[in-house]
Design a protein around this ligand. Sequence first.
Ligand SMILES: [Ca+2]
Ligand SMILES: [Ca+2]
Ligand SMILES: [Ca+2]
Length: 293
Amino acid sequence: MAAKTVQYIFNGATYTLMKNESTGKYEATVTAPSESSWAQTDHVLGGTVKATDEAGNTTTVDQTHATLGSSLKIRVKEKVAPVISITVPSSGAYITNATPSIEFTVTDSDSGVASAKITLDGTEITSVNKTAVTGGYKYTCTPEAALKDGAHTISVIATDNDGNTSEAKTSTFKLDTVPPTLSITAPTDGLITNKSTVTVTGKTDDVTSKPVTVTVNGTAVTVSTDGTFSKDVTLKEGSNTITIIAKDKAGKTTTVTRTVTLDTAAPVIKSITLTPNPVDCGKTFIISVEVAD
Ligand SMILES: [Ca+2]
Ligand SMILES: [Ca+2]
Ligand SMILES: [Ca+2]
């Protein structure tokens, strides 16, 4: 006797199987769900097969069946790799800490993140903290040894629970722990002048993060490609402090100050005394002058 109907109930749909005359088996073509089965019990989807004969007798087998149940379990895998975002240090950043915090996130919208691996300049960082965020994890770590000044590259790859591995995501940043050089060629410190304008000239440089910006008393000045600069400063009568600050792209600064005194008032001769007066021929007398300035 042949079965009258054979049905497959799977993922909320019922399929009627057709008899393959060459094999005698009942078959149907079934489209797998659009989502991974990772979140299901044992990471698989089950199903039910129901066979009915002409007399109306029905046999039902589902995934709990002792011998056939395991044959009904199917693993459904998605194909989209996890998404990686390196947040700190961001690509192109200039930093001043030789053991910086590194942060990145890995998310996967379906099967979920299984693992992530970070390398710094090609060497894996093995001590990484992980906290859950929506759709994945945030990872934090620090370099295992202090970094040298210059460029460094972080690379992260990740794999989801369905075995999809991302392309490597990289971030290249620069460490700069050394402030810029700054030499002031004029004016000399302590200069006293009767000219109300003094020209500040100097030169700056930085090993890691040129170009350097320079301010004179808070005003930005133009720095040539060779690092030289020149800026006229108007002096007030009396003592003037000129502050020159050089700053590299990492934010490291070097400050030089110059004190310049402007004195435009000529001395005043207030009194002149000749003593004794009259004086005897051939004898000495003293001249005494009172000057104010
Ligand atoms: Ca995925
Ligand atoms: Ca620097
Ligand atoms: Ca004077």
